[in-house]
Design a binder for this molecule. Structure first.
Ligand code: GLU
Length: 278
């Protein structure tokens, strides 16, 4: 068994991250397996070395240990380019020059009805799907109708937000209507969360992906990309989110619940485990 914790160095680790990291770590250790780290820093405008250093410091303080080397996404751009090139060569992508406001305008046209929302926000209305967009400086989208021709399946060993578990099957129609033509490469990044995570889970040999249930809906995208890129399918274990007292999920800006703040107040790693219900 190989699990991973994949933080983005865009803020301090909070209790939700601690829960995710400890869960992945303990699951691997209990099975005599390996625990790996991946720094998800493709968003260069938000990633900061100081947050990365703080993340490692907090994880060590929590008593976690991991296999080296750590994979840093910013050092792996060539692998994402290759994966994208393969999807392009298979005719599964197209360039898109739409800006956010173009998409919002298209979706608010009266005949469209209420826009459907997928894992990445409003479902793209398909403006650039039939060609015409200049590839120069464009985002690259997945042509979902071509890519999803048969159901994708994955094994959920935890649970999605509505308790979904076991063998999950998503039909091509659900992929088209409920997910749509998602962005594979952002114009400013050359990749995206979805493309990178799939390439990297394979590169790190991850057998069990543990992560928050907010990413359950994105897993169908990942399973589809694994199929299209001939990558192995890990098992998935989505877990509950740690919420604040008002029931809202914690975010990076919730500094009050940062591990560093609890450390400064004298909390122990055992206290942190207890606070997240472990
Ligand atoms: N980097 C993501 C996060 O911070 C985790 C993505 C994943 O585990 O697939 O939420």
């Amino acid at each position: 068994m190989r699990t991973r914790f994949a933080p983005s160095p865009t803020g301090p680790l909070h209790l939700g991250h601690a829960y995710a990291a400890i869960l992945a770590h303990d699951m691997a250790r209990a099975a005599g397996g390996e625990f790996l780290i991946r720094i998800e820093d493709i968003d260069r405008s938000r990633a900061r070395p100081k947050w990365e250093a703080q993340i490692f410091d907090d994880l060590r303080w929590l008593g976690l240990s991991w296999e080296e080397p750590v994979l840093r996404q910013s050092a792996n751009m060539g692998a994402y380019r290759d994966a994208l090139a393969r999807l392009e060569a298979d005719g599964l992508t197209y360039p898109c020059q739409c800006r956010r406001r173009d998409i919002e305008a298209a979706l608010s046209a009266p005949q469209e009805g209420a826009p459907l929302v997928g894992p990445d926000g409003p479902i793209y209305p398909g403006t650039c799907r039939h060609g015409g967009a200049e590839p120069e400086g464009a985002a690259i989208r997945l042509h979902m109708a071509r890519a999803a021709t048969e159901p994708v399946t994955f094994l959920e060993e935890g649970a999605g937000p509505e308790g979904q578990s076991g063998e999950i099957e998503v039909t091509p129609e659900d992929m088209r209507l409920g997910i749509g033509d998602i962005v594979l490469a952002r114009r400013d990044m050359g990749t995206s969360y979805h493309l990178s995570v799939v390439v990297d889970d394979a590169a790190q040999g991850i057998t069990h992906v543990t992560r928050g249930e907010d990413l359950f809906a994105a897993t169908a995208i990942h399973a589809l990309l694994q199929d299209r890129l001939a990558l192995p399918r890990p098992r998935y274990h989505h877990h509950r989110l740690i919420r604040d007292d008002a029931g809202k999920r914690l975010a990076k800006r919730d500094d009050a619940r940062a591990i560093g703040a609890f450390r400064a107040e004298g909390a122990s790693p055992a206290d942190i485990r207890r606070m997240v219900g472990l």
